[in-house]
Design a protein around this ligand. Structure first.
Ligand SMILES: NC(=O)c1ccc[n+]([C@@H]2O[C@H](COP(=O)([O-])OP(=O)(O)OC[C@H]3O[C@@H](n4cnc5c(N)ncnc54)[C@H](O)[C@@H]3O)[C@@H](O)[C@H]2O)c1
Length: 382
């Protein structure tokens, strides 16, 4: 496909108030993933659940750049600081997805649903909470949309649903046998939303590969970002079991654009459809080499080491052909591009930031639980 050059970063007037300026890095973002340059119906109001998270912060910036009004519903597990770059341009509802205030849906034209526990370790840490948030909470949100006449709901599911199947390249029609609380809750949520089509919902399911790249709310517990952090802190990357496992991956900006594309797509092509969202399938070993090379360009040494295989490995591949064919979206930001962006967006010598438990979902929940029990006992911190 012939790609047109992306125009320079734009400054747009936010429909709610003030000016919102893009924070794109100049010179890097020159390829086009196929997202239409302008929205079909500018100025709509979008509810982004989980908008204060890793994908949500990047998505919110991109929605504002496109002239949408954005309301974020989030219980702010990682704090409000990641919203700093656009806080005055969004409406913020601090609430739990298990108990959404009816007013959160007032005046909303479409919902992009990201809130919930976002990986296997946190889901396994408290499977019941995970079920209530990811499975029941999603189904309830779908029903609330139906009651309020909100048709379009885009849901962030996961390519990890393909994990455990025999080695092959899977598309969205694969027979799934989800294993573990996270995958099971995502699959249940997908089915519940699809069943609501009879009641008038227009759900679109996106199954994301593992996401990489920089966000105002950083996660260093995702494979590429973890390698960047390890290369910086330890100058060493471990290849567990040789690192031969396959994983589908996608850049966070492409993930955000896929959500927007799915939200803007005509119902004839998107309603009730499921799309895998990935740039490519990579072997972990290959990722380590790409990250090591990028960090070496900063003049730092990085070595690769073989390490024993962990008891459980995730190994799966899937196709993004349907996303390209039906929605015209072709994720275009490569791992090397994203790693270069990431390295230039953070302070590579800031060990406190790189090790902050906020950037590792499971570590943060473990810490919050520990703090919670101590605060509970006395009713206050001091
Ligand atoms: N990042 C990935 O690699 C990836 C891959 C596949 C799917 N996904 C899905 O995309 C979505 C977003 O992932 P992310 O990487 O941005 O995760 P994240 O953990 O950074 O963000 C999740 C956001 O949801 C909020 N949240 C969590 N539980 C909530 C609740 N009960 N009520 C209200 N808010 C709540 C958190 O405060 C956070 O801001 C998740 O649903 C995740 O399962 C992510």
């Amino acid at each position: 496909m012939l790609r047109e050059a992306r125009p320079d970063p734009v400054t747009v007037t936010d429909p709610m108030e003030g000016e919102y300026a893009s924070t794109q890095l100049p010179g890097r973002d020159t390829r086009d993933n196929g997202l239409a340059p302008k929205p079909p119906a500018p100025g709509g109001s979008i509810l982004v659940t989980g908008g204060a998270g890793y994908i949500g912060c990047v998505l919110t910036q991109r929605l504002l750049e496109r002239g949408y009004r954005v309301r974020i519903l989030d219980r702010l597990y990682w704090g409000e600081e990641p919203l700093a770059g656009f806080r005055e341009h969004v409406d913020l509802v601090v609430a739990d997805i298990r108990d959404v205030p009816a007013t959160a849906l007032d005046g909303i034209d479409a919902v992009i649903h990201l809130a919930g526990l976002s990986n296997d370790p946190t889901a396994e840490y408290d499977p019941e909470a995970n079920w209530q948030m990811n499975a029941v909470g999603t189904a309830d949100l779908g029903r609330a949309c139906v009651e309020r006449g909100i048709e379009r709901l885009v849901f962030s599911s996961s390519c990890s649903l393909y994990d455990g199947l025999p080695a092959a390249m899977y598309d969205e029609t694969a027979e799934l046998t989800p294993h573990g609380p996270y995958a099971e809750s995502k699959r249940y949520a997908e089915r519940e939303l699809l069943a609501l089509q009879d009641s008038g919902l227009c759900p679109v399911i996106l199954r994301f590969g593992t996401v990489y790249g920089h966000s105002p709310r950083m996660r260093f517990d995702l494979v590429v970002n973890t390698f960047v952090k390890d290369a910086l802190l330890q100058a060493r990357l471990s290849l567990h079991g040789g690192g031969w496992m396959w994983r589908p991956l996608v850049d966070v900006r492409d993930a955000a654009d896929a959500l927007i594309c799915a939200m803007e797509a005509p119902a004839e092509v998107a309603q009730g459809e499921t799309f895998n969202v990935l740039h490519s399938n990579y072997q972990i070993r290959e990722l380590a080499m790409l990250v090591a090379g990028s960090v070496q360009l900063l003049g730092r040494q990085v070595s690769l080491e073989e390490a024993p295989a962990p008891p459980l490995t995730r190994n799966y591949e899937c196709s993004n052909a349907k996303l390209a064919g039906a929605l015209g979206l072709v994720p275009c930001r490569s791992v090397v591009e994203a790693v270069a962006d990431l390295l230039s967006s953070i302070d590579v010598d800031d060990r406190a930031m790189l090790t902050d438990p906020r950037h590792y979902n499971i570590r943060w929940f473990e810490l919050m639980h520990e703090v919670n029990s101590r605060v509970d006992q006395f009713g206050s911190v001091l």
